[in-house]
Design a protein around this ligand. Structure first.
Ligand code: AMP
Ligand code: MN
Ligand code: MN
Ligand code: MN
Length: 287
């Protein structure tokens, strides 16, 4: 296993805000040439056994995964966990607590949308939800596209559901140190997801990387569907500066919505340590 290897360690199924089942994703990963795959649903690991079983039956190597929502200096940051024991109580309880506020938040989002003349958004979003514990902004976005309030989900995330726009409800997610600890206690490794997406100052970003590292974090996504080619270079340098391994993942959600398909990204730059090198003992091998 080296950097010249088609690992895709970030995507979402109907267990969070993707539109494909774990089995459909496994098949798509396999047919797109992925050689090592992880399903990383938001704040959820109830799809892990299905994903691992589907990967095994296809002869696709698999790592367990999740993407935990974290609040860091009043911003939402995502921390990917990889290669953990999916039955470890520290992780399952931490994720359950993180998911806990989503129902109430969704009702408040719908109340705000109603005030701007968009009724029925809670019930409408629920129609797109595969897991009642995991109602997310993505499900509201699909409702707003279906009802032709917006043309596509990217228009939704410009006009609604984001800070300063109708339907935005600030939410306190997990603490950074807790998210990293749940993952590491369950024998996994923690990875900063798509760092270029956060609207941090340089000082805040430095604090995120330093604190993440101090809490025992291991890696950072360098090549992701959320980064431009210039950002691969920026975060390759950050990985080296902070002694972090590098990860690669499409963040695929849906054939209709995602720009980057499973397995379709450029490979990791060759001078980085790939996160999967630290995880060889946790890979469920291709049968
Ligand atoms: P939530 O966890 O409920 O706050 O929802 C976050 C999810 O919304 C992310 O994981 C993305 O799937 C989606 N999302 C956020 N911002 C955007 C955007 N600008 N375009 C498309 N999807 C987005
Ligand atoms: Mn998502
Ligand atoms: Mn994310
Ligand atoms: Mn994601």
């Amino acid at each position: 296993m080296n950097t010249y290897f088609n690992a895709d360690l970030h995507c979402h199924s109907v267990v969070s805000d993707g539109t494909l089942t774990p089995e459909e994703l496994a098949a798509r990963a396999k047919s797109n040439g992925v050689e090592l795959w992880a399903l990383t649903d938001h704040d959820e690991i109830s799809g892990q056994h299905r994903a691992a079983a589907a990967a095994r039956s296809l002869g696709l190597a698999y790592l367990t995964g999740t993407e935990i929502s974290v609040t860091f200096v009043n911003n939402t940051v995502h921390i990917v966990g990889l290669g953990f024991d999916p039955d470890h109580p520290a992780l399952t309880q931490g994720l359950a607590a993180t998911r806990g506020g989503r129902g109430q938040r969704a009702r408040e989002m719908a109340a705000q949308l109603e005030q701007v003349g968009i009724p029925g958004a809670y019930e409408g979003a629920l129609q797109f939800v595969g897991n009642p514990e995991l109602i997310s902004r993505t499900h509201f976005a699909r409702f707003l596209v279906e009802t032709k309030v917006c043309r596509d989900t990217s228009e939704v995330f410009r006009k609604y559901l984001v800070e300063g726009k109708p339907g935005y409800v600030p939410h306190r997610w997990a603490a950074l140190g807790d998210a990293v600890r749940w993952i590491t206690e369950a024998d996994g490794v923690a990875v900063i997801a798509h760092p270029a997406r956060y609207k941090f100052t340089a000082t805040e970003e430095y604090a995120l990387f330093s604190e993440f590292k101090a809490h025992g974090g291991t890696g950072v996504e360098v090549v992701t569907g959320s980064h431009s080619a210039a950002e691969y270079v920026t975060y390759a340098a950050m990985a080296q500066e902070f002694g972090l391994a590098a990860s690669r993942g499409s963040d695929f959600h849906s054939p209709d919505e995602s720009h980057t398909d499973l397995g379709a990204l450029p490979l990791l730059p060759g001078h980085l340590t790939p996160i999967w090198e630290t995880l060889a003992h946790r890979v469920q091998p291709a049968a």
